[in-house]
Design a binder for this molecule. Structure first.
Ligand SMILES: C[S@@+](CC[C@H](N)C(=O)[O-])C[C@H]1O[C@@H](n2cnc3c(N)ncnc32)[C@H](O)[C@@H]1O
Length: 247
């Protein structure tokens, strides 16, 4: 039999097909601001940051690195738990994150080996074509038995808006379908927490427009689309949070 014609393992195939999401944080910061505002105002379950901060504060002693930490949501949550974090992000707005904040790329970290007790990479590894490069760096700077935590969305997230969100249903470089396998190449996974639940309630047209803007539509398209939906509207969130440790 011609081995090259054997059907590929679907997981591996999906993984190799997955592309990075386009990072718009420097040229369209209002898009991420809309995303954060929509989560803050309309999520019924909140984001993961407070839960992650609570667990990191409880189970780690030592420096914490927030990789792709953006404007510092996790760092602020950790501060409320009495813990500091170093935020690393390649976008300009990292200058607005709580200090210390470093503008750098997750694939080339300006830190010596084994200096962190924990590394978080929340909602960020899908911006890399090869998330393994950042995971290898995270592993390098993490102490043995240090904690690693990451989260991501499913490629089938927000199914109610599948017809209007570009790329809906298509694999991306680090989605909930492939993330555990990708992480397990660098860390020992200790827990995968999955969700698939109506988690956002959009009360009116303005809320739908804000949500769609945050999910990548331009302001005009978000408003045009929002007028087509009946409100209030529940949106299903699908994704996972993965806890792991350095062997
Ligand atoms: C969706 S935001 C999440 C920010 C933050 N982790 C949070 O949960 O609020 C993704 C962040 O990853 C950053 N990012 C993407 N690729 C990166 C890379 N290669 N190195 C460092 N930061 C990166 C972006 O600049 C952006 O701030």
């Amino acid at each position: 039999m011609d081995q090259s014609r054997e059907p590929a393992n679907p997981e591996r195939q999906a993984r190799s097909e997955g592309k990075a999401l386009a990072a718009d944080f420097d040229h369209d910061p209002e898009r991420f601001a809309a995303n954060q505002l929509a989560t803050q105002d309309f999520s019924m379950i909140g984001d993961v940051h407070d839960r992650v901060a609570e667990r990191l504060a409880k189970f780690t002693a030592g420096p914490i690195l927030d990789l792709g930490g953006g404007n510092g949501t996790l760092a602020k949550s950790l501060a409320r738990q009495g813990r500091d974090a170093i935020v690393v992000d390649r976008a300009d707005y990292v200058r607005g994150a709580p200090r210390p904040a470093v503008q750098a790329d997750a694939t080339r970290l300006p830190f010596r080996a084994e200096c962190f007790a924990a590394v978080a990479a929340l909602w960020m590894l899908y911006y890399l074509d090869n998330p393994g490069l950042a995971l290898a760096e995270a592993s390098r700077v993490l102490r043995p038995e240090g904690i690693f935590v990451a989260c991501t969305s499913s490629r089938y997230n927000d199914p109610e808006f599948a017809s209007v969100l570009p790329g809906s249903g298509e694999p991306f470089s680090f989605d909930a379908e492939t993330a555990p396998e990708i992480i397990s190449e660098h860390f020992k996974i200790t827990e995968v927490i999955k969700w698939d639940t109506p988690a956002v309630r959009l009360p009116d047209e303005a809320a739908v427009a804000l949500f769609l803007r945050g999910r990548g539509l331009c302001t005009e398209d978000a408003s045009l689309q929002a007028a087509r939906w009946n409100t209030p509207l529940s949106v299903t969130k699908r994704g996972c949070l993965i806890w792991a440790c350095r062997p």
